[in-house]
Design a protein around this ligand. Structure first.
Ligand code: ATP
Ligand code: MG
Length: 149
């Protein structure tokens, strides 16, 4: 399943993230892909809101790699931009996040493609104008097929 959404503003992107966030279940993994400044952190904010995270300071966890928030379930916001070698992830307890009971939201997920689980939801953000984004949603695996999106 593949679906394309058009966002005409950051608010549109947050709104899509929020709707998806509301549907997420424990153990889900969201892979965010897109260039620098595409809007991965913006959509992560929406996802977190839909997951019931109350924190209003959500930024790319650039230096820490992983930020944890409390929502309906634990939310792990991961940013792999500065990752040099995906093997480094083993030292971070990667499997405990990915196969744990929380939701993982992974910016630059394509940098560790081989470390992603068998099934996940991929959101690919393309910049199509100053405030316009094309957001391509792809269910990787049957458990991410959903009639809503
Ligand atoms: N429709 C839109 N959706 C999302 N962001 C938008 C949109 N239009 C403009 N923007 C702007 O684009 C920027 C996206 O920044 P953001 O930090 O989310 O990018 P990112 O993909 O996380 O980048 P990085 O790779 O540096 O982490 C923000 O400044 C936001 O206001
Ligand atoms: Mg970011």
């Amino acid at each position: 399943m593949k679906k394309v959404f058009i966002a005409n503003s950051p608010e549109d992107t947050i709104c899509l993230g929020r709707k998806i966030g509301k549907l997420l279940k424990a153990g889900n993994v969201i892979a965010l892909v897109g260039n620098l400044g595409a809007g991965k952190t913006v959509i992560a904010k929406g996802l977190c809101d839909g997951l019931g995270v109350k924190e209003d300071y959500i930024t790319s966890p650039t230096y820490t790699i992983i930020n944890q928030y409390d929502g309906r379930m634990p939310v792990y916001h991961i940013d792999l931009y500065r990752l040099n070698d995906s093997k480094e992830l083993y030292n971070l307890g990667w499997d405990e996040y990915i196969y744990g009971n929380g939701t993982c939201i992974i910016e630059w997920a394509d940098k560790a493609a081989e470390m992603l689980p068998e099934e996940y939801l991929m959101l690919n953000i393309e910049v199509t104008g100053k405030d316009k984004r094309e957001i391509i949603l792809q269910a990787k695996g049957a458990s991410y097929e959903n009639t809503w999106y």
